[in-house]
Ligand binder design. Structure first.
Ligand SMILES: Nc1ncnc2c1ncn2[C@@H]1O[C@H](COP(=O)(O)OP(=O)(O)OP(=O)(O)O)[C@@H](O)[C@H]1O
Ligand SMILES: CC(C)(CO)[C@@H](O)C(=O)[O-]
Ligand code: BAL
Length: 308
């Protein structure tokens, strides 16, 4: 297996893609924030079934974190990632040092200014100067669930994904359904803004004990990890109850909240929404997804289960 090419420069990345596309080759992009696990590798396998060449981006995007969130402790292991990507047969690893135009450059391009003079709705990118100030908002889908707990998250994700699409110009992009609302937000952005990219959602990969794989799992202590298994357990219980005829969403949500709280997790949200538009549902009568976010210590985990 040949080593992937590592590109750090936006212009080089764009010309690499353009020359391959001119030769008639198709390109799939898998955007990530690194510290790769089997969930990411499954996205790469999906991507390989859809395109000739695979680009994986690794970029921890300050624009989707607010200053009180965990940008500074987000895990990373670039050499480990490269080994995994090499074994997975990826063609290019795109890891830009910085993706944004910044007025004042410090560690996170204005992170410190953002903390000192923080305004409501700022991300770790804001520097109050003449740097980046253009944001994409997917106005309805970004509200609720993760959008309530992480107010700058979806505008940051939509904007960085749009930038990656403009730089890489992929034919296909693959996202995990673990981040269900994120996947739907990106699908809607692509539809509404006419990006020529096909967006694919790939199934959730779980550890053998049922915990959805996530880079942040590395921050869980063994006890917290044990408690976190209650998320998947609660989703399975709710699915079973729904299959047995329980259609009332409030009762199903209460069952989930109780299971997670009893295990020692702190609920952020439990919502039952319809799959496309993510509108809350009171009685199950259409394909739905149950979405959960919960804290175990300082670690916030998300998970979901579709019921078709
Ligand atoms: N267990 C998983 N199954 C399927 N896709 C996943 C899984 N975990 C992450 N992904 C997908 O991988 C892509 C990159 O995600 P990211 O690098 O943020 O990893 P992560 O494990 O979700 O990290 P985090 O700790 O931030 O949740 C996203 O599209 C995400 O949905
Ligand atoms: C899509 C993404 C790479 C944008 O930064 C990130 O939100 C992620 O890893 O899910
Ligand atoms: N996987 C989503 C990236 C984030 O939590 O910021």
């Amino acid at each position: 297996m040949s080593e992937p090419e590592v590109l750090r420069d936006k212009a080089l990345m764009r010309s690499w893609s353009r020359s391959r596309r001119c030769n008639g080759q198709t390109i799939a992009l898998v955007p990530t924030m690194g510290f790769l696990h089997e969930g990411h590798l499954s996205l790469i396998r999906t991507a390989k079934s859809l395109a000739d060449l695979i680009i994986v981006s690794i970029y921890v995007n300050p624009g989707q974190f607010s200053p009180s969130e965990d940008l500074s402790t987000y895990p990373s292991d670039f050499s480990g990632d490269l080994r995994k990507l090499s074994a997975a047969g990826v063609n290019v690893v795109f890891c830009p040092g910085e993706l944004y135009h910044l007025a004042s450059v410090n560690e996170f391009g204005g992170h410190q200014e953002a903390i000192n003079g923080e305004r409501e709705g700022d991300s770790c990118l804001e520097d109050g100067g003449s740097g980046h100030e253009t944001w994409i908002r997917v106005e309805r889908l970004e509200k609720g669930m993760c959008g309530t707990s992480r107010p700058v998250f979806f505008r940051g994700v939509a904007t960085v994904v749009a930038k990656l699409f403009n730089i890489v110009e992929p034919d296909v992009a693959v996202f995990g359904k673990k981040d269900y609302q994120q996947w739907r937000v990106i699908c809607r952005m692509v539809r509404d803004l006419d990006f020529a990219v096909k967006v694919i959602g790939s199934d959730i990969i779980r550890d053998v004990d049922g915990l959805a794989m996530s880079s942040r799992n590395v921050h869980l202590s063994p006890t917290q990890r044990e408690k976190a298994l209650s998320i998947n357990r609660s989703l399975s219980k709710a699915k079973l109850a729904a299959e047995k005829g329980q259609k009332n969403c409030q009762d199903l949500k209460d069952l989930i909240k109780q299971t997670i709280s009893e295990a020692g997790g702190k609920i952020d949200y439990v919502e039952i929404v319809e799959q496309q538009g993510l509108s809350p549902v009171e009685e199950i009568s259409c394909p739905i997804v149950i979405c959960v976010a919960a804290w175990f210590g300082n670690v916030r985990l998300i998970d979901n289960l579709e019921i078709d």
